[in-house]
Structure formats: structure tokens, C-alpha cells
Design a protein around this ligand. Structure first.
Ligand SMILES: C=C(O[C@@H]1C=C(C(=O)O)C=C[C@H]1O)C(=O)O
Length: 247
């Protein structure tokens, strides 16, 4: 049988989900590729992979989609790695660069800037990594992933989008889910979920395997990122997607 192509996000936050794949039988059935979220989304939309940990904002762009896992990348309050960074308070921000690596957080930032912060700032799609040098004066930037954990050490003001979404809606949030663009065998889905769960039961080992002095990964994996795709996160997903179509 041909291998099932799986794409995952290559940030530190996916390490607990991927940890279990190494020693699990399911690894023999898959070919794993990794990239930043916007690239991963592109692959799933173009059918270059069968399953991907995709930004949920692209779900409406898929001709067919199946959420195949009870795990994903979410948060219940502060997420730490999806933030608007600036040198001035948000009321004074005039321009916001949006991270080219993101699909979900870009849309989340648009929703929150408009509805929660009532900001009239100009929004600019960042063309590449150098935009982070432009985060100064009245220009802010949305940064996600490991780069956001680094940016936390540089910027004076940090507006955490997980925290703002919770303050605005009272709900957790779901950034990414494991989605397939075709039906897959039920035994594969069972094994895939089993593999995802292993790292979550071994967080201390995952932390020990990934030395990182920028941010405390134990806190990140246990207090910031929330990996279960539970009912409140599904409700949050529905609300978020309905806001995108209304925009
Ligand atoms: C919490 C995060 O969630 C990520 C944010 C995504 C996005 O904005 O499109 C996509 C995948 C997630 O890995 C993060 O990477 O910091």
C-alpha cells in the first residue's frame, strides 16, 4: 500500500504530538513532511499530502475535509506564541504587519483588532521574515510560533491573541487541527490518534529532548498550548469560522 503523506507544523509546539510517532507502528504507514503553517495548508489544499496539521482558517478552502483526530493546537487563555508585538500601546498602533507563516492567527488578529480592540490600524501582509525589524514606533507585528517566543524578549508590549479571544468570547481557541482531504481507513485513524497521545503522556521527556532557553517549554506545553480538541474548542471553531465568512 502506498504511504499516507502527513504534513506537520515545524514549531516546538508540535513536538509533543510528533514524539509518539517515532516508536509507533503507524510510522511505517506514513511519510512525514514538516513546514510552517501556511506552507502546510498549501500542501493539503493542492492534494500534495493526505493529512495535515492545518491552520483551521483554511478548512473552508478544502473541497473535502475530515477532522481525523481528537488532538490539535489550541489554548485556553494565554498561548504565549501568537501575539501582537509593539513598542506602543495598541490604541496608538497605526500599522500592523501580519505573519506570512500563519493562516489562522492572521484572521484571528483581524477579528480581534476590529471587534475587540476597535483598531483602525492599516493591515499589511508581511512579505518575508524581515518584517520583524519593522516592529518599532507605531508599527506592530503579528508573530507566531518559536519566533514569537523569541520576540517576547524584544518587544515592550505583548498582546496575546489567545488571552484576548478568551476575554472577548469566554471561549478557548483552536489554531490547528489534523485534517485529511480524503477518507482514510479507520484503523489508520485509530493508530494515528494513539501515536499523538504518547508524547502528551511524556511531556517531561519531550522537554528534556528539546533544550530551549528562550521560554520554559514545560509551561508552554502544559499551561499555554492545549492539545485536546474538546467540545468548547469545537464551539470556538464554529464561532471563529462564522466570523470569517461574515467578514
Ligand atoms: C499556537 C500556534 O498555533 C499555530 C498557528 C497557526 C496559524 O496561525 O495559522 C497554525 C498552526 C499552529 O501551529 C503557534 O504556532 O504559535
Amino acid at each position: 500500500m502506498r504511504k499516507i503523506k502527513v504534513a506537520a507544523v515545524n514549531y516546538l509546539n508540535t513536538k509533543p504530538l510528533l514524539y509518539g510517532f517515532r516508536n509507533h507502528e503507524v510510522s511505517k504507514q506514513i511519510e512525514l513532511v514538516e513546514a510552517y503553517p501556511a506552507q502546510v495548508a498549501e500542501w493539503l489544499i493542492n492534494d500534495e499530502v493526505d493529512v495535515a496539521l492545518v491552520p483551521v482558517a483554511v478548512i473552508p478552502k478544502l473541497k473535502e475535509h475530515h477532522i481525523i483526530s481528537e488532538y490539535g493546537i489550541g489554548c485556553e487563555g494565554a498561548v504565549a506564541s501568537v501575539c501582537l508585538f509593539s513598542e506602543v500601546p495598541i490604541e496608538q498602533v497605526e500599522k500592523v504587519y501580519l505573519d506570512y507563516q500563519s493562516r489562522t492567527s492572521v484572521q484571528l488578529a483581524k477579528v480581534l483588532l476590529k471587534e475587540y480592540w476597535k483598531s483602525k490600524a492599516e493591515l499589511i501582509e508581511a512579505p518575508g521574515e524581515t518584517y520583524r525589524n519593522e516592529i518599532k514606533g507605531t508599527t506592530a507585528g503579528l508573530v507566531i510560533g518559536d519566533r514569537a517566543l523569541q520576540q517576547r524578549l524584544k518587544s515592550k508590549y505583548i498582546y496575546d491573541l489567545g488571552e484576548a479571544w478568551e476575554a472577548y468570547t469566554g471561549l478557548p481557541f483552536l489554531f490547528a487541527a489534523w485534517v485529511s482531504n480524503k477518507s482514510l481507513p479507520i484503523e489508520f485513524i485509530r493508530a494515528f490518534n494513539e501515536a499523538n497521545a504518547i508524547g502528551l503522556l511524556n511531556i517531561d521527556t519531550v522537554v528534556a529532548e528539546n533544550p530551549y532557553d528562550v521560554y520554559d517549554l514545560k509551561t508552554y506545553y502544559t499551561e499555554n498550548i492545549s492539545y485536546t480538541l474538546d467540545l468548547p474548542k469545537k464551539q470556538a471553531l464554529q464561532l471563529f469560522l462564522s466570523k470569517l465568512t461574515a467578514q
